[in-house]
Design a protein around this ligand. Structure first.
Ligand SMILES: Cc1ncc(COP(=O)(O)O)c(C=O)c1O
Length: 466
C-alpha cells in the first residue's frame, strides 16, 4: 500500500460502508446491529495478483476479483491510460452510432472468433444473455409465427441475475424466492460425470448426456425450440468440464432440429481456459451466439458483448421497408467508450505477454497440485477444470460422495483468507451441493503464486478436516 489512506480516513470509509452500502451476495448481519462482530471488508488497492484490505493486510487473490474477472491482474496503467485518453476524447454516445474503440475492438475480437462476425455491446453478462434471448424470440416471431421461441438451458448453469436470465437459471438455490419466472425456458440435465445420471463413463457418458438434450427437444416439439444456451465449462454450478463426446453430439442435435446454439462465455471468455481465447474453441463448436463479460476488460471498465454470426445478423436485415425489421433494442451504457478502449488494451496485453500460453502451463501445473492434494486429503472427492479455472469438490465419503456441510466449506475459505489467500466456493447455487472450492487466479499467475494457493488450501483442509 502507498499509505494514501490515514487510519482516521479509512475508519470513516468503513463506517460509511457499514451504514449505506448494500453489498452483493453476502449477509450483512455480522457487521450491522448495535453490537457488530466484524467490519465489512473494503479492498483498498491491488497490484498484480495481490490486493490489500482496509487494515493493510495483503492477500493473494486466487479468484481474480472474487468472481473470475481481473484476468490480467491489478494495476495495469496501460489499460487505465487507454480509458483516460478515450474518456477525454469522447466518453459516450448512444450505440445507434459507432465509436472508434467500439469498431477497433470489434475487429480485433472477431479476428479471434472464426465464424462469427457481429458484436452487440452491453454492460453486464446478464444483459448480454438477455440480448441473445431477445434475438431468439424476435427470430421466432419473424420466421416461425412465434412458435419456435423456447430456450433450453442446463441444470447447474447460470446465465445472470435478471428475471429473464434467472428464468434460464439451472441453480435452484440461486433462483429460490425470485419467481415467478418468464415462460418459454426449459431445463435439460447437467453433464457432470462425477454426479452421474447414467451408468456410463467417458465418451459414452458425454454422448448420453447430450442425447438427454435431444429427449427434451422431442418432448417439447422441435418446432417450438429456438435455442440452446450452455456454459462451455460450467462455473458457479461446480466447475464442470463436459465429458468427451458431449459437444460434437450437442452440435449435431442443434443442426438436426435447426436450433441456435448460444454459448455463455461470461466466465470462460478471453483467455480464462488457456490456449484458446474462448472455452468453446477447445471443443470445435460452431456457435450462433457467444456472450461474454467479466474478463473482456478485466474489470477495468464495464463491458459485455453478445456476438453473433452473420446468419443471425441477416435474419434482422432481410426487409429494409419493414420498420419493425431490426433488433429494436438498446443498452444505454453499451455506448460507453471506456469499455471497448479497456477491452482492446486488455487483449493486447494478453497477446504481448503470452497469457493464453501461461494460463495453459500454470493451469496444468495447478491441476497437478490439486490432484496431489487429493492424494493427501480424503475429503477431496474430485478435481476438475480447464486452464486457470479449477475446482475441488469436497465430500465426507468418497464412495457415497456425500457432500461435506456447507459450513465446513466456508471454514476452508475463511482459513485460507486468514492465511492471506482469497479462494472461492460455490454458494447459494444447488441445494445441498455448495461443496466445491473454486480457483481462478489471474492469467499472469506464476508457479510461486500457485504454490502459495495450494499450501494455504492444504493447511486449511488439515485444520478443518484433520
Ligand atoms: C456464466 C455466467 N453468465 C452470466 C453471468 C452474469 O454476469 P453479470 O454478473 O455480469 O450480469 C455470470 C455471473 O457470474 C456467469 O457466471
Amino acid at each position: 500500500m502507498d499509505g494514501k489512506f490515514l487510519d482516521n480516513d479509512i475508519e470513516k470509509v468503513v463506517d460509511a460502508d457499514r451504514a449505506h452500502v448494500w453489498h452483493h451476495l453476502i449477509q450483512h448481519a455480522p457487521w450491522t446491529g448495535p453490537d457488530p462482530k466484524a467490519d465489512p471488508r473494503i479492498i483498498v488497492e491491488g497490484k498484480g495478483m495481490r490486493v490489500w484490505d482496509q487494515k493493510g493486510k495483503e492477500h493473494l487473490d486466487a479468484v481474480s476479483g472474487g468472481v473470475w474477472t481481473v484476468n490480467v491482474g491489478y494495476g495495469r496503467e496501460e489499460i487505465a491510460n487507454a480509458v483516460r485518453d478515450q474518456l477525454i476524447q469522447l466518453p459516450y454516445f448512444a450505440g445507434s452510432t459507432g465509436s472508434i474503440p467500439g469498431a477497433m475492438f470489434s475487429e480485433k475480437l472477431i479476428s479471434k472468433m472464426p465464424g462469427l462476425s457481429r458484436v452487440y455491446f452491453t454492460n453486464s453478462g446478464s444483459e448480454a444473455n438477455e440480448k441473445a434471448f431477445k434475438m431468439v424470440r424476435q427470430i421466432a416471431h419473424k420466421r416461425y409465427g412465434g412458435k419456435k421461441h423456447k430456450i433450453l438451458y442446463r441444470e447447474r448453469d447460470y446465465h445472470g441475475t435478471t428475471i429473464g436470465a434467472l428464468s434460464a437459471g439451472g441453480q435452484d438455490e440461486r433462483n429460490a424466492q425470485y419467481g415467478p419466472f418468464a415462460p418459454g425456458f426449459v431445463r435439460v440435465p447437467h453433464c457432470l460425470e462425477y454426479r452421474a445420471q447414467w451408468d456410463l463413463s467417458g465418451e459414452e457418458y458425454g454422448k448420453r448426456a447430450a442425447d438427454a438434450i435431444e429427449e427434451v427437444i422431442l418432448a417439447e416439439g422441435p418446432d417450438t425450440v429456438g435455442a440452446l444456451c450452455l456454459e462451455p465449462v460450467t462455473a458457479g454450478g461446480g466447475v464442470i468440464c463436459p465429458p468427451e463426446g458431449y459437444w460434437p453430439r450437442v452440435q449435431e442435435i442443434c443442426r438436426k432440429y435447426d436450433i441456435l446454439l448460444h454459448i455463455d462465455e461470461v466466465v470462460c471468455g478471453v483467455g480464462r481456459t488457456g490456449t484458446h481465447w474462448f472455452g468453446y474453441q477447445h471443443y470445435g463448436v460452431e456457435p450462433d451466439f457467444v456472450t461474454m463479460a467479466k474478463g473482456v476488460a478485466s474489470g477495468y471498465a464495464a463491458i459485455a458483448c453478445c456476438v453473433t454470426n452473420e446468419r443471425v445478423f441477416e435474419m434482422f436485415s432481410d426487409d429494409a421497408d419493414d420498420p419493425m425489421n431490426y433488433f429494436r433494442d438498446i443498452s444505454t451504457f453499451g455506448g460507453c467508450t471506456a469499455g471497448p478502449a479497456a477491452a482492446l488494451a486488455n487483449m493486447e496485453i494478453i497477446e504481448r505477454e503470452g497469457l493464453l500460453e501461461n494460463t495453459t502451463r500454470m493451469g496444468d501445473y495447478m491441476l497437478d497440485q490439486l490432484h496431489a492434494l487429493m492424494d493427501k486429503h480424503e475429503v477431496i472427492g474430485d478435481v476438475r477444470g480447464k486452464g486457470l479455472f479449477l475446482g475441488a469438490e469436497l465430500v465426507s465419503d468418497r464412495t457415497s460422495k456425500e457432500p461435506v456441510a456447507e459450513k465446513a466449506v466456508g471454514a476452508v475459505v475463511a482459513d485460507c483468507n486468514a492465511q492471506g489467500v482469497i479462494i472461492g466456493a460455490t454458494n447459494r447455487s444447488l441445494p445441498g451441493f455448495n461443496n466445491t472450492l473454486c480457483y481462478s487466479p489471474a492469467l499472469i499467475a506464476t508457479k510461486d503464486d500457485i504454490d502459495e494457493i495450494i499450501t494455504a488450501t492444504d493447511n486449511a483442509l488439515t485444520k478443518v478436516f484433520g
